[in-house]
Design a protein around this ligand. Structure first.
Ligand SMILES: O=C(O)CCC(=O)c1ccccc1C(=O)O
Ligand SMILES: [Mg+2]
Length: 341
């Protein structure tokens, strides 16, 4: 199959910047792809890298797009190098959408200048969402609105402020969150060995207290990527589960961690993990415990990511796509990105 290939870079400002142990993130940059096959069917894709997380940079994604010809083939798409995982995801998922594999592809008759159909209406259902809470005290005033919107799982960023302060906020948070809430703690590599032990001990103590009917689901990426063996050790010492995230940013890293014995939770960010077809194969083969997670992509990348989450999620784990409160409404700007094409 050959496709007409077009692309558009975009920039999108956060309403509230995302603060993690890696620092502040205030503008999302990415690239929207459009592939039109010989019969006129259109498939949309998105390259939304996070270089500080282990993917290529946006600039590398743009360089890759710029050196491609205006007509590309499946051979080109399926031989994108592993150094460009966000590109692998963007191009392959555009092919899948165009071929109607998800039952939602846009036909060829809608005209050239519209992103159809309305992606936001097409998120696969039967998935539970986890809502992202900002680091620090902000979380204490943030969860209520999200709870009212129907979120019952939250993820709070830790490893940003002094641990004594964060433990104090954590106490308030678990005292005020409603019963049956699930809480995830994401350290983004930001804990020392002692701090990781302290957090895990705190969570284990909490688990042992039957009066608090709220669940700490897991601690995400407590230590830096290089400290894999230490995290493996921690996962054996505590009842509270550990999820790897930065350690398994790409499919190659994910396979390596599995090979080295990780049987805990794997956070998968489809937007940067690499080839969707190879991800499917790996998950089917090894039946790993996965949590799917957003890279702050637009509705285009999200549709492809949610498609994978719907196919591959296990153990009923909420997906980390409750992040809309970090952005303004997006439909109009996404449409207008193509109007002058
Ligand atoms: O996974 C989620 O619940 C929300 C997404 C999220 O936290 C995230 C979003 C962009 C970059 C990094 C991360 C992260 O998990 O560390
Ligand atoms: Mg994380």
């Amino acid at each position: 199959m050959t496709y007409k290939f077009q692309f558009r870079p975009y920039r999108r400002r956060f309403v509230r910047s995302l603060t993690t142990n890696h620092g502040k993130w205030g503008i999302r940059e990415g690239i929207i792809l459009r592939l039109t096959d010989e019969s006129g069917k259109v498939g949309w894709g998105e390259i939304a890298p996070i270089s500080w997380f282990g993917s290529e940079t946006v600039e590398q994604g743009l360089d890759f797009c710029r050196q491609l010809p205006g007509e590309i083939t499946d051979e080109i798409i399926f031989s994108i190098p592993d150094e460009l995982p966000a590109c692998q995801f963007g191009f392959e998922s555009a092919c899948e959408m165009g071929s109607g594999e998800w039952g939602v592809g846009s036909g060829g008759d809608e005209g050239d200048n519209f992103i159809t159909p309305n992606f936001s209406l097409l998120t696969p259902n039967s998935l539970f969402y986890s809502a992202l809470l900002s680091a620090g005290e902000a979380a204490l005033n943030q969860w209520q609105t999200l709870w009212e919107q129907g979120y019952h799982t939250f993820k709070w960023k830790i490893g940003v402020y002094a641990i004594t302060d964060e433990l104090e906020i954590f106490e308030s948070l678990i005292q005020t969150l409603p019963a049956f809430t699930k809480l995830r703690l994401d350290a983004n590599c930001g804990l020392s060995h002692e701090e990781a032990n302290l957090w895990l001990r705190t969570c284990d103590n909490f688990k042992a207290n039957p009066e608090l009917p709220l669940e700490i689901e897991f601690i995400e990426q407590p230590l830096p990527v290089e400290q894999f063996q230490e995290m493996l050790e921690l996962s054996r010492c505590y009842k509270t589960a550990i999820a790897l995230d930065e350690s398994v940013a790409t499919l190659g890293q994910l396979a390596a961690c599995y090979q080295q014995g990780w049987r805990g939770i794997f956070v998968i960010k489809p937007g940067i993990v690499g080839s969707p077809s190879r991800l499917r194969k790996f998950c089917h083969q090894h039946k790993i415990d996965t949590v799917f997670s957003s890279v702050f992509e637009t509705a285009i990348g999200r549709l492809a990511a949610l498609q994978l989450a719907a196919e591959l999620s296990r153990n009923n784990r909420a997906i980390g796509f409750g992040i809309d409160h970090f952005f303004e409404q997006e439909d109009t700007w996404l449409q207008s990105l193509w109007n002058d094409l």
